[in-house]
Design a binder for this molecule. Structure first.
Ligand SMILES: Cc1ncc(COP(=O)(O)O)c(C=O)c1O
Length: 340
């Protein structure tokens, strides 16, 4: 007799579940607009080499990452031909490990200290990271040329510039988003004129279609989708859910076994279709549902922010579709988590 297939409702909970249909739709839709090297998928959004491999399979060979661990993990897995650490680091040990990968790796630099750290670690290639309005990393556009000169004086190949317009990607109004993106990219292009090189790297899921100034877009969330991005009407579908089991019932609410340690919460509560999440605590989600819940029943919740959600789990179960009855067809390790 054939063993019964595992479906989402059979999984021990909390369990992270990827809807294969929505996920593939997202990858194919993005690749149609930003084919090949026009997209440099950001692996920080999923921290999973199996997902990066799927992005490679639809044509993207260049990747970017937020941590040396993510870059190294991709290199060890043999995924990608051009890996960018789109972040600053002065960690001599971790940079040395990237330096040992030669021309496969490029790192972002935005100061004399990061240039010196990269050169000392044997890094060969850099991008000048420019502040385009987000109060985070990046040098002032006016300082980009002299930083590039300094990098070249240290023997580094300067491939161009990057600048992340993270303060713009979530603006709901499309006209305002495009106008503010243009303003940010004017700063990046000013810097590029002084720096030279082939690469102008920028953008994210919210600006992938409007940022026509960058020649590669660093989108990550599009593959699985944050709930806030749904308001922007970008055409991508939610592909990540957490399955939980109802463990307690009260006349006014029900409680399931997934909480703060199962969901990235900085963008707000997870969404429960057909119900309302009241709040999350460490290991619980308290909710009201339209249908009366019963103990032992499974529910599916959509995490608001996928990056930290992925980073909380060891693995993601790949399901044939969105619901509790979908078949589990694979299991992927979230193997780029952590820092070492
Ligand atoms: C440097 C950089 N580039 C690109 C992105 C991509 O953003 P998203 O995941 O919204 O596509 C991020 C996200 O924080 C980022 O930090």
């Amino acid at each position: 007799m054939l063993a019964r297939m595992t479906v989402v409702a059979d999984l021990p909970t909390p369990a992270l579940v990827l809807d294969q249909v929505a996920f593939e739709h997202n990858l194919v839709s993005m690749a149609a607009v930003r084919p090949g090297a026009a997209l440099r998928p950001h692996v920080k959004a999923h921290k999973c080499t199996a997902i990066a491999r799927a992005q490679l399979a639809v044509g993207h060979e260049r990747f970017c990452a937020a941590t040396p661990r993510e870059v190294l993990g991709l290199a060890v897995a043999g995924v990608g031909t051009d890996l960018l650490l789109a972040n600053e680091s002065v960690d001599a040990v971790r940079l040395r490990a990237l330096g040992d990968l030669g021309d496969l790796v490029t790192v972002a630099v935005d100061s004399e200290a990061t240039v010196i750290a990269a050169a000392a670690a044997g890094i060969r290639r850099v991008l000048i990271d420019v502040n385009v309005g987000l109060p985070r990393c990046g040098c002032a556009p006016e300082g980009a040329g002299s930083l590039a000169d300094l990098a070249r004086a240290h023997g580094l190949e300067v491939r161009g510039v990057m600048g992340y317009e993270g303060h713009v990607v979530g603006i709901v109004d499309a006209v305002e988003r495009a106008a503010k993106c243009e303003r940010s990219m004017a700063r990046l292009l000013t810097a590029h004129q002084q720096v030279g090189g082939d690469i102008v790297s920028a953008g994210g899921t919210g600006t992938y279609a409007v940022n026509s100034w960058a020649n590669e877009i660093q989108a990550g969330s599009y593959a699985l989708m944050d709930t806030a991005y749904a308001e922007l009407g970008l055409g991508f579908r939610p592909a990540l859910r957490v399955a939980a089991t109802v463990v307690s019932i009260n006349p006014n609410f029900a409680v399931a076994d997934a909480g703060l340690k199962a969901f990235g919460m900085d963008h707000g509560d997870p969404i429960l279709e057909g119900g309302e999440v009241l709040f999350c605590s460490d290991e619980h989600v308290t909710f009201r549902s339209e249908a009366s819940a019963r103990v032992g029943e499974r529910v599916l919740l959509q995490p608001a922010h996928i990056d930290p959600t992925m980073a909380y789990h060891d693995r993601v179960h790949v399901a044939s579709g969105p619901g509790l009855g979908a078949e589990i067809v694979d299991e992927w390790s979230i193997d780029l988590r952590g820092w070492d």
